[in-house]
Design a protein around this ligand. Structure first.
Ligand SMILES: Cc1cc2nc3c(=O)[nH]c(=O)nc-3n(C[C@H](O)[C@H](O)[C@H](O)COP(=O)(O)OP(=O)(O)OC[C@H]3O[C@@H](n4cnc5c(N)ncnc54)[C@H](O)[C@@H]3O)c2cc1C
Length: 304
């Protein structure tokens, strides 16, 4: 296939060899063999049909805030949803219909400004609505599954369907949509309208401030790297293993919050994965507990 731009819609270009580094919150990752930013459902369907026609694997990318993409990049077509933005508020039912690429934090502020409760916890999560559904993103004991009424999904043949939360197998930071070939196109969320605008705004701002005081937001990361092996906290186990500040290449275990790995400038994806493996090994040796990554690791890695 020729390495040139392929147009699959009026404003929808599939481009070859586009770096993914700037599209992930870790700021690492090699090129996508092909990359597209659909703006509407028909663009998504045309992009999937194009990938099928050329027998290419497809990877979905939201805000890239929970991804570690290999320095070698990704084969096939990467579909980035972040231009699929829309949020409709239904005042009669207290529901939001949000497109997959709508930033979760923006949605939390929009809800707060209306005096709608139920999304305050999401204000510091730099992902999209689609990514939040797939990951069952959450904080402070609340999560996406608690407020999801339905998710619109598209299968690889371009067929749309609406799925109820009961069918999505939600658990702590996971759902059946993970590693699945279905793309989340939109979600309907149930909130609680009717509160004082100032009260919800203050709760939302307080959540953000608390995060900024306890988590390192000043350098690129993916948030918490490991799932908490309940009842333990991954951060506590890593800290007790003496790994705060431990560095490989330009990747460092945060000194502020040990479950964060930071790109201190110029880290490679391989630096980060080596550090992940080192932390896992040390915690396993000391506590006999396996730490499972929460971050999705994509692409091929060759660690010496
Ligand atoms: C500073 C920081 C703080 C964070 N704090 C939290 C937190 O408190 N709680 C929390 O849960 N997470 C947190 N995260 C992690 C991350 O923001 C969430 O997991 C978020 O839900 C990921 O959304 P995303 O759009 O970035 O998804 P991506 O990282 O782009 O993708 C994640 C996975 O979902 C898939 N995916 C993405 N969009 C779609 C779609 N539309 N359809 C199908 N599959 C899709 C991808 O293929 C991938 O497997 C934090 C991250 C950072 C950087």
């Amino acid at each position: 296939m020729t390495q040139e731009i392929h147009w699959v819609g009026e404003n929808c270009a599939i481009k070859p060899q586009v770096s993914l580094g700037s599209l992930t919150s870790f700021r690492v990752g090699g090129p996508a063999e092909w990359l597209v930013f659909p703006r509407q459902l028909s663009d998504l369907q045309a992009s999937l049909a194009w990938a099928n026609q050329h027998r290419l694997p497809v990877t979905f990318l939201g805000a890239g805030s929970n991804l570690l993409i290999s320095d070698r990049g990704l084969p096939g077509l990467v579909i980035c949803t972040r231009h699929l933005r829309q949020a409709e508020f239904d005042d009669s039912q207290g529901r939001i219909l949000a497109a997959a690429g709508e930033p979760l934090a923006t949605l939390a502020w929009k809800a707060a400004k209306r005096g709608w409760q139920g999304l305050e916890w999401a204000v510091g999560i730099p992902g999209t609505v689609g990514g939040a559904v797939v990951m069952n993103a959450g904080a402070h004991g609340a999560c996406t599954a608690d407020i999801l009424i339905s998710a619109g999904v598209l299968d690889t043949d371009g067929n749309c369907s609406q799925l109820s939360p009961e069918t999505l197998g939600f658990q702590y930071r996971t759902s059946l949509l993970q590693g699945n070939s279905r793309l989340v196109t939109q979600a309907v969320l149930q909130l609680k309208p009717g509160a004082e605008r100032q009260t919800v705004m203050a709760a939302t701002a307080a959540d953000l401030e608390q995060r900024r005081n306890t988590q390192p937001y000043h350098l690129p990361s993916c948030g918490s790297v490991f799932r908490n092996p309940k009842p333990h906290s991954a951060g506590w186990l890593i800290e007790q293993a003496g790994l705060k500040g431990y560095q490989i290449g330009h990747a460092q275990v945060s000194t502020q919050h040990a479950n964060f790995i930071l790109n201190c400038g110029g880290a490679t994806a391989s630096d980060i994965l080596r550090l992940i493996r080192h932390v896992q090994h040390q915690v396993e040796t000391r506590w006999s507990l396996p730490l499972k990554p929460e971050v999705k690791i994509l692409g091929e890695f060759q660690l010496a």
